[in-house]
Write a protein that binds this ligand. Structure first.
Ligand code: SF4
Ligand code: SF4
Length: 403
C-alpha cells in the first residue's frame, strides 16, 4: 500500500457524508456517473471507495480480484471532488481527493497483484513499452496521417511552436481527419508550426490513470528533458488528456516543463480574437457543448470552446443541465472504455447525449478524442442517433476548408 499511504490524510479527512453520491441541484442532476448507471451500491461511488481504502489501512478488508474490479469502476472524472468541496481554510486546498485515492489504490494493485488487472490494461502498458504508443501501433503511425499535407517535422526545420498530436487521434482512422483539419486551420491562420512525426512520444496520461505510475513517471522525465531541449517556446495539444498531463503534471514536476502549453481550442480562440481566422460559411445548427473532464473540470478551459462556437455563423450554443465544472463524464475516462467491455462507458455516454437532446440541441460538440469516440459509439445505441462533432469539424466548415 505504498501509494495509498501517501494519500492517507485524504482517506481520513473524508467525513463519509455521502454528498459525492447523493448531491442533487438544478446544475447537478447527479454526481457520480458510475453510481448512476450501475446498481448504485456504495462501492460504486467515492464514499464507498474511500471506505474501502480505510478498510485496507485498518486490515478489515484484504485486496482481492473483486475489490480490484471495484477500484477500476471509476472514470476519474473528478465530479466527486468538485461536489464534495471540503477545503482547508488556510491553504484553500481540498482536504480529501477521491480521484487521487483511487489512482493510488490502482497503482498499488497493479504493483502487488498484476494478475488481477484486466488484460486490456496490461496490453496497453506492454504496447507503451514496445512502441511508445498505448494502442499497439508502431511509431510511424504518428506521421502517416501527414503524408501529402503542408506540414513539416521539427527535425526538418526548427519551429517555435510544436503541434503535439497525441497517440489516440493518429492511431484511430475515424479520428485522423481531426489532426488533418487542425493542420489546415493553423495553415489558414499562417501559424508557423511543426510536428515531431514518428519521434513524438506518448505523454503517459492513460498509463497513469490505469495505475502504471512508475512507467508514467519514467515517460514524464524523459519527455520533459526532450521538450526542454527542443528549442520550442510553445506546445499546442489536440487531446484533453495530453493537455492536462503537459500543462499540469509536467509543469509541476521537478525539473518542470518549460514551453508554454495550450490546448488547440484555447490557441484557436485567440487566433479568432486576433482576426487571423475569419468565418465565411454559415451553418444552421443548434449544438450543446460537452465539457471534457480533463479540459474543463481538471484544467479550467471552459470559455475558449464556447467563444469559438459563439463566433461561428449560424451556430446556436445551448447549455445542458450539467456543464462547466459540473459536467458529467462522457463515460470514457479513467480507462473505462476498456472496463466491462465498454458497456458501462456507453451507457454513461448515452445518458449524456439524451441530456443534451433534452435541450433541443441537434448535435453535441466536444474537444476530446476520448469523448468523441465514446459519445459516437453511445449514439449508435440510440433510436435516433445524435450527431457528435469535434469543434474542429465545425471550424473547418465555417472557414470553408471543406465543402
Ligand atoms: S468524499 Fe467528500 S462528499 Fe464524499 S463522503 Fe467524503 S467528505 Fe463526503
Ligand atoms: S471520479 Fe467520477 S466516476 Fe470516479 S467516483 Fe468520482 S464521480 Fe464517480
Amino acid at each position: 500500500m505504498k501509494e495509498l499511504s501517501k494519500v492517507r490524510h485524504f482517506v481520513y479527512n473524508c467525513r463519509k457524508c455521502g454528498l459525492c453520491g447523493n448531491k442533487v441541484s438544478a446544475k447537478v442532476p447527479y454526481v457520480c456517473p458510475v453510481r448512476e448507471h450501475t446498481e448504485g451500491f456504495e462501492h460504486f461511488y467515492a464514499k464507498g471507495k474511500i471506505t474501502i481504502a480505510q478498510g485496507l489501512f485498518e486490515g478489515q478488508i484484504a485486496p482481492s480480484p473483486e475489490l480490484t474490479e471495484i477500484i477500476y469502476s471509476c472514470s476519474l472524472c473528478g465530479n466527486c471532488l468538485t461536489q464534495c468541496g471540503i477545503i482547508d481554510q488556510d491553504s484553500g486546498l481540498p482536504l480529501t481527493d477521491p480521484p487521487q485515492i483511487i489512482e493510488a489504490m490502482r497503482a498499488d494493485l497493479l504493483r502487488e497483484h498484476p494478475e488481477w488487472i484486466a488484460p486490456a490494461y496490461h496490453a496497453m502498458i506492454t504496447s507503451t513499452s514496445q512502441y511508445d504508443n498505448p494502442w499497439g501501433l508502431p511509431r510511424v503511425t504518428k506521421e502517416r496521417w501527414a503524408k501529402g499535407l503542408s506540414v513539416r517535422t521539427i527535425q526538418e526545420e526548427p519551429s517555435e511552436i510544436l503541434l503535439f498530436t497525441g497517440c489516440t487521434i493518429p492511431s484511430n482512422p475515424a479520428l485522423i481527419p481531426r489532426v488533418q483539419k487542425a493542420v489546415a486551420i493553423l495553415n489558414k491562420a499562417n501559424v508557423d508550426f511543426a510536428i515531431l512525426g514518428k519521434d513524438e512520444p506518448c505523454c503517459g496520461s492513460v498509463q497513469r490513470r490505469v495505475g502504471a505510475i512508475d512507467l508514467a513517471q519514467e515517460m514524464r522525465e524523459k519527455n520533459i528533458s526532450m521538450f526542454n531541449n527542443l528549442g520550442i517556446s510553445t506546445i499546442v495539444t489536440l487531446c484533453a488528456g495530453c493537455y492536462h498531463t503537459l500543462k499540469v503534471d509536467y509543469q509541476k514536476a521537478e525539473p518542470p516543463l518549460k514551453p508554454k502549453v495550450y490546448h488547440l481550442v484555447d490557441f484557436l480562440s485567440q487566433l479568432i480574437t486576433q482576426q487571423k481566422l475569419i468565418f465565411t460559411h454559415t451553418q444552421n445548427l443548434k449544438v450543446a457543448y460537452h465539457d471534457p473532464c480533463h479540459l474543463g473540470r481538471h484544467s479550467g478551459i471552459f470559455d475558449p470552446p464556447r467563444d469559438i462556437l459563439n463566433a461561428l455563423p449560424g451556430i446556436t450554443l445551448v447549455e445542458r443541465r450539467a456543464t462547466r465544472e459540473n459536467t458529467i463524464c462522457c463515460g470514457a475516462g479513467g480507462g473505462m472504455r476498456l472496463f466491462a467491455n465498454g458497456t458501462l462507458a456507453e451507457k454513461i455516454g448515452k445518458a449524456s447525449l439524451e441530456d443534451a437532446m433534452a435541450t433541443g440541441a441537434q448535435a453535441v460538440v466536444t474537444a476530446c478524442p476520448f469523448c468523441e469516440i465514446n459519445l459516437t459509439s453511445a449514439a449508435g445505441q440510440m433510436n435516433h442517433p445524435m450527431p457528435v462533432y469535434d469543434i474542429i469539424d465545425l471550424m473547418t466548415k465555417g472557414l470553408r476548408l471543406e465543402e
